[in-house]
Design a binder for this molecule. Structure first.
Ligand SMILES: [Zn+2]
Ligand SMILES: [Zn+2]
Length: 102
């Protein structure tokens, strides 16, 4: 009997995307709001939406800053957010060799 080997899928540098949202749910005390992000992270349940928003902001602030060269100049077209590095723009910047420090 052949031993089934575990296939380790090594997806190199698949960027984790962050699309945080505030999910409304029902808790024991009534309506609750909770940060949920596409990266898998979720915050605590809050009775106030504002508190979940605080969690959301804190989550984004905790992300590593995007290097200047990887900042997206066309977020709508490239489907990037301010906290996401953009490979497309990175290439373009390198192409045009704009004034990029470090
Ligand atoms: Zn996230
Ligand atoms: Zn871009």
């Amino acid at each position: 009997m052949a031993r089934a080997k575990k296939t380790t899928t090594t997806a190199p540098a698949a960027p984790v995307r962050h699309r945080p949202a505030i999910r409304r749910g029902a808790g024991t005390l009534g309506r609750v709001y909770q940060l949920v992000c596409s990266c898998g992270q979720s915050g605590r349940e809050h009775a106030a939406r504002r508190m979940a928003q605080v969690d959301l902001n804190a989550h984004l602030l905790a992300l590593p800053p995007v290097p200047a060269a990887q900042q997206c100049h066309n977020p709508k077209q490239h489907d990037r957010r301010g906290w996401e590095p953009c490979g497309i723009c990175e290439h373009q910047t390198a192409l045009f060799d704009l004034e990029v420090d470090r």
